[in-house]
Design a protein around this ligand. Structure first.
Ligand code: SF4
Length: 191
């Protein structure tokens, strides 16, 4: 087995461990709120995205599951009065929004990132930057394969270069590493 294969295996295993930690936190939070993990993910997604993405089709694409599964979870959240529908113009199309109770619930879901927040805060800023650079590199490559849907600067119509540095034409600012977005609400997929 070559060194690069060994390294790849270790990196993938590391990501798998982190993902297990996140899933465990997700299950805990979901149980405490009386929701399923998918319902929690839907609530968090709707809280942080614009209404054009907050519909059953986009949610199914985002989570890589069927529309029927999303519809079931959404129906339950509507029944619990955590979400409400709003017409999106055509009679059958609608976007999903948080109700007041939904907003309150989302505020309580902060514990999901608590483990990571605490660990990252303990790491010096220069080392944190290296972690971010590594993540951007990996996610950028995955994005090219289309494996994960991302609204990221590197495939955005507004992304350009100015004086040899990445630049956002919409926000009119240089995109230093710390400004690169993985899930930008203004993202427009480049042709
Ligand atoms: S609009 Fe958002 S995703 Fe697009 S380049 Fe600007 S910051 Fe990046």
């Amino acid at each position: 087995m070559s060194n690069s294969v060994n390294e790849n295996t270790k990196i993938v295993l590391g990501i798998e461990r982190l993902s297990t930690l996140f899933r465990a936190a997700l299950w805990d939070e979901a149980k405490q709120c009386g929701l399923s993990p998918l319902q929690v993910q839907i609530m968090l997604f709707i809280a942080s995205h614009t209404q054009t993405l907050n519909n059953v089709s986009c949610l199914a694409k985002e989570f890589g599951i069927t529309k029927a599964t999303v519809s079931d979870a959404v129906r339950s959240l509507l029944g619990k009065k955590l979400l409400k529908k709003q017409s999106a113009g055509d009679a059958r199309a609608f976007s999903l929004h948080l109700t007041t109770s939904g907003h309150k619930l989302v505020e309580k879901l902060g514990a999901l990132t608590q483990y990571f927040d605490e660990a990252l805060t303990a790491i010096p800023a220069s080392e944190r930057k290296k972690i971010w650079e590594g993540l951007l590199l990996l996610i950028g490559h995955l994005q090219k394969t289309g494996v994960i849907p991302l609204r990221m600067c590197f495939n955005c119509q507004h992304f350009s270069e100015r004086k040899g540095a990445p630049y956002c034409n919409l926000l009119q600012q240089s995109l230093h590493l710390e400004h690169i977005r993985l899930d930008c609400p203004e993202h427009l997929l480049a042709a």
